[in-house]
Design a protein around this ligand. Structure first.
Ligand code: ZN
Length: 272
């Protein structure tokens, strides 16, 4: 089986230090966690920016600062910045991270009802983000909360905006979206264009079972405090502990963990 790419979603938009003191918020904290999870086995880090008050923001300079500092200390690590929409839904707001010219960025290809409010990704916006990523040589990680988002990605590829291998992230077990179970994973896999690569992210208490399904099915894994604050019931996690657990599970079933260079080969990244 091919090597396992581990992505760590360090911060997200919502988690606070009150919920878990290990959530990295300031740029230097995010950089330190990125380097620590890389040492623990992650080959990709997925990053959101926070402002001085710790609130999610779409600030080009903060994205650039985090990106530059990580690349200065670990040039080989794959850094994926978020175009997520919790701090504003406009194209100008959503594209802020792309000005740092990251190697990868997230791209959600459809809309979802979050527990509070709508995560709106109308097709016009998705097309503009995909176009900008293509122009800047940024590889999208296609975020999939529901099966319709795979269909939208196939349409983007038909339009010439995405290149194979497409890389999907199945977000599973988020409230109001697809559940984290084998039936849904199987159906998602049946929809993928040939040669696609995929990872799965289990939300909250779904993180471990989703990791197990993905490792067994030949996919890759995303963990991290963005998706889940706990190691187990009542025990708060750190990003490093969440990555270390994936490495342990993979070791038990003989699935080797990919280095960033090996992850680049799997995902068709040219490197930078
Ligand atoms: Zn994110």
């Amino acid at each position: 089986m091919k090597k396992l790419i581990i992505c760590c979603a360090l911060t997200g938009s919502l988690p606070t230090k009150e919920q878990n003191p290990a959530v990295p918020v300031a740029p230097d904290e995010i950089v330190a966690d990125a380097l620590a999870v890389y040492k623990a086995g992650a080959s990709i880090v997925h990053i959101h920016a926070r402002d001085k008050e710790g609130k999610n923001c779409h600030d080009r300079e903060i994205f650039r600062e985090i990106y530059t500092k990580i690349k200065a200390q670990a040039p080989e690590l794959i850094v994926q910045l978020s175009t997520g929409g919790r701090a504003g839904q406009s194209f100008e707001s959503r594209n802020a991270c792309l000005y740092a010219n990251p190697e990868m960025a997230s791209l959600c290809t459809g809309s979802t009802n979050f527990p509070v409010g709508i995560y709106a990704n109308e097709m016009d916006l998705v097309v503009k983000l995909a176009q900008m990523m293509k122009e800047r040589g940024v590889k999208p990680e296609i975020e999939v909360f529901d099966t319709n988002m795979v269909g939208a990605a196939i349409e983007l590829e038909r339009m010439g905006l995405l290149e194979r291998p497409l890389y999907f992230d199945f977000v599973m077990g988020s409230k109001n979206a697809q559940p984290a179970d084998l039936k849904h994973l199987g159906y998602l896999l049946s929809m993928l264009p040939p040669g696609s690569e995929w990872c799965a992210s289990g939300i909250a208490a779904n993180q471990v079972n989703t990791t197990l399904m993905a490792i067994a099915a030949g996919g890759h894994v995303r963990v991290g405090l963005e998706d889940n604050l706990y190691l187990r019931r009542g025990v708060k996690a750190t990003n490093v502990e969440l990555v270390e657990r994936v490495v342990r599970i993979a070791g038990e079933v003989g699935r080797e963990v990919a280095t960033p260079a090996e992850a680049r080969a799997i995902l068709g990244l040219s490197g930078q």
